[in-house]
Ligand binder design. Structure first.
Ligand code: TRP
Length: 448
């Protein structure tokens, strides 16, 4: 990503580069940690179905909206709303996005630190250094959490300061297929184990009576989080996008890649939970999960350890390293939003902006590292609530302020026949009615 220098605004090197960066932003801890945890705690297959509906019916239209606003304005989220209209309210929506980005990144980096810590833990475990290994699995250890989160933030800042085009593109290009490959191998292994079929049933056979307003609310938040929507990350990435690209098409690709990886992660983790249970590992207390925040981080190492030997450790290390890279391509997009805001709106030079904002976020991360119970409330406010509200306002912006004709004019670049297409008829209906109504309804019923 040849991001802008201080004097000129950069752009993606290639079509593939953009797709990879956007998919890299989408695929992350949300898919492999967040999604399976929520499936396990909130309703199994019923959750999966509602999540898929939210992704395709709400997430995808909002993704096209964000990318078109970004490409038309060539600005950060605050500047974008300012550039496209004289309305005074919407730049505040952009600012809310910037704030959500900062706050999400501050807890995300702690969990990303755990993932990285587990890659090292697998090696220590293999070598028989159990004390060191146990230290790394202790998600309640503040100093350890803080150290790993700081390392993670420094890596993110470093990448954002430079022209990272080649870095992100290359990392994502090799990471994604490898990650899918390892997950598939693990799924095949897990499915041969005792107890797995109970997990498969839980994951794939819906019990519709489990659908509650809480479940729908949580699935909607998860869809926004997983697709990186609602806070202007894709406005920012869209601002570097060439006019030659067909936005609905790249958005579809990114959505499918994201959903595909989340689906596979669920197919691995949910059966693995039941395998672990039938092997006597305590995952449930009664009917309740014993732990939710670090569920995935307990299940996976247990699995690698039962495989055991050189194969077990290799799979474990490679998996957690890939997960860390996936998290890094996501934290990059989270930090890029506040950084591009400071560059555009406060005329600061890129590397100075990256360090200033990045170290500010790191400070909050350290607090969360010691107080991990904050993760729940942060993700409720800034992700489950914050992102859908942002998405709702983005829809309303196109529908009533910028206007759909302008948006379609923008989308015409890269998709010349769009105005005669079905897309041009259906997408506005989603922006005017379906997305705003569904989001508002979910949020209100969650409060009631
Ligand atoms: N989508 C990423 C994940 O699933 C997290 C993420 C990256 C994100 N950028 C974002 C979430 C912007 C919301 C907004 O792990």
């Amino acid at each position: 990503m040849a991001i802008q220098t201080s004097t000129e605004r950069g752009s993606w090197n290639s079509r593939l580069g953009f797709i990879l960066a956007a998919a890299g932003s989408a695929v992350g801890l949300g898919n492999i940690w967040g999604f399976p945890t929520k499936v396990a705690t909130e309703g199994g297959a019923a959750y999966l179905i509602i999540y898929l509906l939210c992704t395709f019916l709400i997430g995808f239209p909002v993704m096209v909206a964000e990318l078109s606003i970004g490409r038309a304005s060539r600005r950060n989220p605050v500047g974008a709303f300012r550039a496209l209209s004289s309305n005074k309210f919407f730049p505040l929506v952009g600012l809310w996005g910037v704030i959500c980005g900062v706050m999400i990144l501050s807890f995300y980096s702690v969990i990303a630190g755990w993932a990285f810590g587990y890659a090292i833990e697998e090696i220590f475990y293999f070598l028989g250094w159990t004390q060191m290994a146990d230290l790394l699995t202790d998600t309640g250890n503040g100093w350890k959490n803080a150290l790993l989160a700081v390392i993670f933030m420094l890596a993110t800042i470093k990448i954002i300061t430079g022209g990272v085009s080649d870095g992100i593109e290359k990392a994502t290009k090799t990471m994604m297929p490898l990650l899918i490959g390892i997950i598939v191998i693990m799924i095949l292994y897990v499915l041969t184990q005792d107890g797995a079929m109970e997990g498969v049933r839980e994951y794939l056979l819906p019990d519709f009576s489990r659908i509650t307003t809480d479940l729908v609310f949580s699935a909607m938040g998860q869809a926004f989080f997983s697709l990186s929507l609602g806070m202007g990350a894709l406005i920012t990435y869209g601002s570097y996008l060439s006019k030659k690209e067909n936005i609905p098409q790249v958005a579809a690709f990114v959505t499918l890649a994201d959903v595909g990886i989340a689906f596979l992660a669920g197919l691995l983790i949910i059966p693995a939970m039941y395998v672990a249970r039938s092997a006597g590992i305590e995952i449930f207390v009664g009917d309740q999960l014993a732990s939710s925040t670090d569920l995935v981080f307990q299940i996976l190492p247990a699995l690698f350890h039962t495989i055991g030997g050189f194969v077990g450790v290799t799979l474990g290390v490679v998996f957690f390293l890939l997960l860390s890279i996936a998290a890094l391509t996501s934290t990059i997009s989270l930090l890029e939003v506040p950084v591009s805001y400071v560059i555009d709106e406060h005329q600061m030079e890129r590397s100075k902006a990256a360090w200033l904002v990045g170290l500010g976020v790191t400070f909050i991360s350290v607090i969360i590292a010691f107080q991990t119970s904050l993760i729940g409330s942060f993700s409720y406010i800034f992700s489950d609530l914050g992102l859908p509200i942002g998405g709702l306002l983005i829809c309303l912006f196109i529908a009533f302020v910028w206007k759909k004709e302008e948006a379609l004019n923008e989308l015409e670049h890269g998709f010349p026949t769009i105005k005669q297409s079905l897309f041009a008829k259906v997408w506005p209906v989603f922006l005017y009615v379906i997305c705003p109504a569904a989001i508002a309804y979910n949020i209100i019923s969650n409060f009631l």
